[in-house]
Write a new protein. Sequence first.
Length: 76
Amino acid sequence: MFGKKCRNSADPLLLCSRSLTLIKMLSLFESALFLKKHPHMYLECVPMPKETGELTPIYFEKAIQECETEWSQNKK
């Protein structure tokens, strides 16, 4: 859990508003490991401020466009 629980809260899952201001957006990354033998997938969650989180799709789109030429050619 992120932050401390509120002392006077009846709901144990409710967090103090002070800790909620630290995390505004989450970015999720999915990765695959050991594809040939015993394949595994893991999901990584990265908390970030809202300002940074709003720019994240732009950075991902740019990175995909830059590597597109690497993956579009079938070299043998």
